[in-house]
Ligand binder design. Structure first.
Ligand code: SF4
Length: 330
């Protein structure tokens, strides 16, 4: 079958699937303390519906699947879905992004079900600062979850993702960089993007990858850049002495849209061709109205032909995405 290619010639290889909009954290750069209005149970795609869409996408060459949220581990029986997706023909790479607080209990069943890679969000190794940014006193539970994940060599790489916010993250950088040296985790710093539900984001809040690298290089000397695959969102580095790997995801200061191979599926079955889409394509309705795989394929091709060239965060008149991060899933 012909691959899924957008109007700019980019082939879609990766789908990020939000399995719930709910989360058990309240990160200040993501959602308000009181949370958001959650989707109703019937609005959310079932495991069977997700697996069906993944099967159709895999036949179009979309062989990388990442599960996200909200917080995906709060969706009941998630290992069952992981098992269904890892058994789907054409799915080559299956990963998950989590805040890690339930990982110590779920790492084993997820690995046994076929999970291959893991991204854990972690913005501070200081208990007080961690609670300040997540509004949860849960650092120890997240670190326990990471330790539990370490026990499964088949679950690699383990990436630790830190959202970098100016005026907060600078003091967290040295300890997180050190974590990459002493643990088998790839520590990545992600620039803060205008996807917060409070709509408080301002470009002055962005601590750039370049600024973070300068903080690290001030104490560790120049980092050595590593090769990365063309569609990778991160620039990869290691320390000069070889210990540890760091990543810098710089969507604001160094956009990587030209090689974007990603689409997203929201928990309520809407296809987003870009993180910053202002338009969505409803897949749930045709799914529930009995559309054939051929009809779904046609709809996917049509949507991808309309995939945005790039985000316009740095452009005058930038208009925010139609949903916040927790309603899209990273
Ligand atoms: S902003 Fe949109 S086009 Fe750019 S990399 Fe992200 S998803 Fe792709």
């Amino acid at each position: 079958m012909d691959p899924l290619v957008d109007a700019w010639g980019r082939e879609i290889k990766s789908v990020r699937i939000s399995v719930t909009d709910k989360c058990n954290f309240r990160c200040t750069y993501c959602m308000p303390a009181e949370g958001l209005e959650w989707l109703g149970r019937d609005e959310i795609l079932s495991f069977e519906e997700i697996a069906r869409l993944v099967g159709v996408l895999a036949r179009l060459g979309v062989d990388e699947v990442r599960l996200t949220g909200g917080e995906p581990l709060i969706r009941r029986d998630l290992p069952t879905l992981v098992g269904m997706l890892s058994a789907t023909a054409g799915v080559r790479d299956l990963s998950l992004t989590t805040n890690g607080v339930l990982l110590d209990r779920l790492a084993r069943p997820l690995v046994e079900a076929g999970l291959q890679r893991l991204n854990v969000s972690l913005d501070s190794l200081n208990h007080v600062r961690f609670a300040e940014i997540t509004r949860r006193d849960a650092l120890d539970a997240v670190l326990r979850g990471l330790e539990e994940a370490e026990r499964y060599p088949e679950l690699r790489p383990i990436k630790v993702n830190c959202v970098a916010v100016k005026g907060f993250t600078e003091t967290e950088v040295p300890a997180l960089a050190e974590l990459a040296r002493r643990k088998p985790y790839v520590v990545r710093f992600i620039e803060f993007m205008p996807l917060d539900a409070d709509q408080a984001w301002h470009e002055d809040d962005v601590l750039t990858g370049g600024e973070i690298r300068a903080i690290i290089e001030a104490s560790h000397g120049p980092l050595v850049e590593l090769p990365a695959k063309a569609s990778s969102t991160a620039r990869r580095f290691r320390f000069a002495d070889g210990a540890g790997e760091l990543g810098f995801v710089n969507p604001v200061s160094e956009p990587f849209c030209s090689s974007c191979d990603r689409i997203r599926l929201t928990a309520d079955g809407q296809l987003r061709t870009c993180l910053f889409s202002r338009r969505e394509w409803d897949l749930k309705k045709p799914l529930r109205e009995g559309a054939s795989d051929a009809e779904l394929t046609q709809l996917l091709r049509f949507a991808v032909r309309h995939k945005e060239l790039k985000h316009r965060i740095n452009d005058p008149g930038f208009v925010r995405a139609s949903r916040s991060m927790s309603q899209i899933g990273g």
